[in-house]
Structures are given as C-alpha cells and as structure tokens.
Design a protein around this ligand. Structure first.
Ligand code: LM2
Ligand code: CA
Length: 544
C-alpha cells in the first residue's frame, strides 16, 4: 500500500515535471517566434508602412485592461469635417485600437450648399443627409465605431437655421430641401412664426435677451421657448440617439436660454425613456465675465458638461510665456474661477479657435506639448482636434464641393500643406499620450516641480510621469517621479520604445530633455513589455 502510493507519487511527480518542461518549451518557442516577428516588422521600418494601414500594436495593458468606459477612456477626438465613411474606417484602424473613447463629428443634419466648412452650421432641415454622407453612411459609422469601442458624439445645431440672405427667393439644401430667408423650412416643418421676431444681429453681450433672441451672424434664430420648436429639436436628437449615438456637442448654447436647453433635454429624455442625466450633453458656451450673468458658462451646468474656453486661451498664453511659472503657468489650470473638472470640456484648439488665437499646428512643437499636457493632466474631459491644413479661414475640407466632402486620406510625408488632412489621431506623440492617459486613470497629480524656466514635471500617482521642456534649450535634470524602478519607453518620442529612460529605486531619473520636447513614462510601457513596432507615423507633422 505504502510503496504503491509512493510509486504513484513518484510517477505523478514525473508527469508534472514532463508537463512543466512541455509548457516551458512552448513558451520559449512562442517567444522565439514572436521575437523574429518583432524583429522583422521593426526592421521593415516606418517608411515601409502606408498611412492607410498604419496602426500601432496596442500595449499588453491596452488589450487586457478591464473596460471602464468613463474614467480610463474619456478622450474625445474631434473629427472635423471628416465624412462618415472615413470616420468609420478610422474607428477600426486607429481610434478603437489606440483607445479613443468618443469621436465628435461635425453636424450631421442637411445644411445649406457651399464648399466652406461653416455651411455645416446652417441647417436646411433635420434630414441626415449632409456633405458628410447619407443616413445609411451615418448609421454604418455609428455601428462600426461602436464595434471598435468608440462612441459617436454628434454636433447638434439647434439655436438657428440657415442664415438670412438678401434678394429673396427659395434655395435648396445639400439634399434638395427648400428653405427661404424668411423662416420657411418645410422639410422640418418650420415657418416664420417659429423664429424670434428680432431680425437684427446680436450687438450687446451685456444684454442676455439680445444675445439669445437676436441673430448670431445673420443666422435665423429659432424661438426655442416654443413647445413646438422644442418638440422638433428633441425629435431630431431622438432620431440620432435611436441610431446609437452616444450624445451631443450642442452648438451655440450661449445663444439659447438655459430654461430652453433644459426643456429640450427633458423632452428628449421623456421621448427616449432615459434619465436626462444619462444623456451626454456638452454645451458650447464661450464665457466672458464682463457679459450678462444669464449667459455665463456656470448657468448651464445643470444640463451637462460645458466648454471651458479659458483652457485653450490660457494654454496659448502660457506656452508663449513660461509654462513652469508657479503663479501664471500650467499649475494655475483648473483654479478657483474655472468650471469644476467633472463638468469641463477642454481642448488645446477646436475649429473656431484654430482660426483665431489658439495654439495650433501653426505654432510648432508647443502645439504637441500642450496636447501632451492636456492628456496627462487631470483637469476636464480632453478633446484632441483633428482637421486639415488650411490657407484661409473659410477653406472647406480638402476636395469639398458644394454638396459633398470626399474621403479623408492622411499625408505620408510630414507635410502641412493647405488642402491636406491633418490626422492628429495618428501622430506618434498623441497615440503615446492617449495610452499614457489610460494607464494613469484615477491617479492624482503629484511630484509637481518647476525645473527651470519653461521646464516642469509631474507624476500621476505612481503610474506615470510627464516632463515638459517648452524652452529652446536642452535641459539636463534629475527628475523626481514616483514610478517604480525600471526601464520605461518615452511614449511621447517614439512608438517602438526605441527611446527609453531608466528610473532608479527612489523614482528619480537623469535625462536631458531636448528643446521643445517631452518625456512621458507610464507603467504600461516598459522596455520588456512594449509591443509597438513603428518608431514614428507617416502622418507625423514636421512641427519643427
Ligand atoms: C458655433 N458655436 O457657437 C460654431 O462652433 C461656429 O463654428 C459657428 O460659426 C457658429 N457657432 C454658428 O453655428 C461658423 C462660422 C461663421 C459662419 C457660421 C454659419 O465661424 O463664420 O458664418 O458658422 O455658417 C457664415 C459667414 C458669415 C455669415 C453667416 C450667415 O462667415 O459672414 O453672416 O455665415 O450667412 C452674414
Ligand atoms: Ca437664440
């Protein structure tokens, strides 16, 4: 009995040993195969890949991380004037794999005709037939993006319809719906009575009724206090929710009374059987303390998120001065008078500010550094802007006609020529920083330190560290992070972990930060686990 037991014990130990050796053999073989694959795809080089097929292999953590949508996947990508087919393709190729949470698309309703981008902001009807595609293109985009883990946020233009014009007569929208300059929009239908009686342009921003009941840039101003108008607008938004959109960016909210926005949202909630607070509403309210109190951003917080325009203008000032200044630098972002972080929608630029004063691709490397800061910091919901290079303010998307925008294609030679798509979603630093944001989700900012003029660094808990050099000189420093010891990839600088930083046991590391550059390290991107194989992307701009 005893000897049998010990014999079978010995036998089972032998089997265990054999099984263990087999497992080791399989793991080693897989490792060799993977190593060869990695080598061959790395050595094929970034030049060999085309813009259309380029995607970075996700890091292991991106593949296995539990899906918690709001906190770790909150990045919104603004796909300005990008048609529905191209957004769908990009969801599968880029947005989904790199971890973009939502894509904010340009207005999907039928607009007036014209090749300029801003025709999108002049509705001719609520038919989903626009320069950017048909209703079936739109529906396909929503479902393709959803399958890639990306939600669609539609830009809802509800304050007004088409601009008034002189000369009278009927005109047609991009899909043929007729309209006039005196309130006739039979496809909705709206008639003259559904518009505010004030037909002059807004003059006095100290007077809320002027701002909300008169015309913004000659745009025919809907009387959004009418139950009928609220009903038509909420029907339009319901249609979009029924097709599966995640929520809305609501245009020109400053020009709509808070009570009207609230009433429209309540109707939408009732019609769709959803609690109002579950419907994402990002309201565009450009704040200015000197203006009427009824039109201040904070007034609208009860309806959802609100744009914090201080963000974009402050970044522009700070990056032109000293980002590391203790009082006027990046440390002051999100201060006392700012919207609460959970309600603030922020961006370095959007399509309006890029034609005005903000940091843009025209600002050089500061633009990339500002985006890196936005994605690494814990204030507001970040929006990465992706548009096209332009020469004049009115330029429509590359190849736009009066009634359509062709498919987007990303440049492959680093050029920033007017008439070329911009594709910020593919830029190496942006991809790296989206991964950074995901890895540090929920971690507090700490270790903030000014290392010199325009040089600073901060941690997100013990999960990540960002060092920024916005000066024109290299900066050699011993940076103090809270990262565990290890060799980390600088995800700002390359997509294949070809630039690494060794962090010592006390969290410090020595590095020379090149002029106008950054070091971004996080615990999901270490030398031993990184799988990305492309050093840079063909769409990376030459920002100087
Ligand atoms: C917004 N937010 O509140 C958008 O972000 C912004 O891009 C829109 O202006 C604005 N509200 C109205 O929806 C853009 C553009 C304007 C353009 C309007 C309407 O910045 O220049 O105005 O869209 O298309 C254009 C002409 C203007 C003309 C107006 C009406 O530029 O000169 O006014 O159309 O015909 C006579
Ligand atoms: Ca209005």
């Amino acid at each position: 009995m005893k000897s049998t037991t010990s014999k079978s014990n010995r036998r089972s130990k032998l089997y265990t040993l054999i099984a263990a050796l087999a497992v080791i053999a399989i793991v080693v073989a897989a490792g060799v195969v993977y190593g060869v694959y990695r080598w061959s795809s790395t050595s094929s080089g970034s030049n060999a890949s085309t813009a259309v097929t380029s995607t970075h292999t996700p890091t292991p953590s991106q593949e296995s991380a539990p899906v918690s949508p709001s906190a770790s996947k909150d990045v919104i990508l603004i796909a300005f004037q990008t048609n529905w087919r191209s957004v769908a393709a990009e969801c599968t190729k880029t947005y989904g794999p790199e971890g973009v949470g939502y894509v904010e698309v340009s207005p999907p309703q039928e607009s007036i005709q014209g090749s300029q981008w801003w025709t999108s902001y002049q509705p001719a009807s609520y038919r989903l037939d626009s320069k950017l595609g048909s209703e079936s293109d739109f529906t396909n985009m929503v479902s393709t993006c959803k399958a890639a883990g990306v939600g669609i946020i539609a830009d809802a233009v509800i304050n007004h319809m088409a601009g008034a014009y002189s000369g009278g007569g009927e005109r047609q929208g991009v899909s043929g719906s007729p309209y006039t300059a005196d309130g006739s929009f039979p496809a909705v239908p709206y008639s003259k009575e559904n518009f505010h009686t004030c037909t002059s342009n807004i003059m006095n921003y100290g007077n809320a009724s002027d701002v909300q009941n008169c015309r913004l840039d000659a745009l025919q101003d809907l009387d959004t206090s009418q139950p009928y108008v609220q009903d038509k607008i909420s029907d339009y938004l319901k249609h979009l929710l029924d097709l599966g959109v995640y929520g809305f960016r609501v245009d020109a909210v400053k020009h709509i009374a808070n009570a009207d926005v609230a009433a429209i949202k309540t109707r939408l909630a009732q019609k769709t059987g959803r609690p109002a607070q579950d419907i994402f509403f990002e309201q565009e309210v450009i704040g200015s303390p000197s203006e009427a109190k009824e039109i201040q951003p904070s007034v609208y917080l009860g309806n959802g998120k609100v744009s914090e325009f201080r963000y974009s203008s402050s970044l522009a000032k700070m990056f032109a001065d000293d980002i590391a200044d203790e009082d006027t630098g990046l440390k002051s972002i999100g201060g006392k008078y700012w919207l609460p972080t959970s309600k603030a929608a922020v961006w370095v630029t959007n399509w309006d500010t890029e034609r005005d004063r903000a940091l843009t691709y025209k600002s050089g490397p500061s633009y990339l550094l500002a985006n890196a800061f936005m994605l690494a910091y814990d204030y507001g919901q970040p929006h990465v802007y992706s548009g096209y290079y332009f020469a004049t303010k009115d330029d429509g998307a590359p190849g736009a006609t009066a009634t359509s925008v062709p498919d987007a294609s990303c440049p492959t030679d680093g050029s920033m020529q007017p008439g070329t798509w911009q594709c910020a979603q593919r830029w190496t630093a942006i991809r790296g920083m989206i991964g950074f944001r995901k890895a540090v989700s929920g971690q507090k900012v700490r270790d903030w330190k000014r290392y010199g003029q325009n040089v600073l660094g901060f941690s997100r808990g013990s999960a990540g560290y960002l060092a920024l050099n916005n000066s024109s000189k290299p900066s050699q420093q011993t940076f103090r992070s809270s990262l565990p010891a290890g060799e980390y990839c600088n995800v700002y600088a390359s997509g294949d972990c070809s630039q690494t930083i060794k962090v010592s046991r006390d969290g410090s590391f020595q590095a020379t930060l090149p002029a106008h550059s950054a070091i971004a390290l996080h615990t999901s991107a270490s030398k031993s686990t990184w799988k990305g194989t492309q050093s840079s992307d063909p769409s990376d701009p030459r920002l100087g």
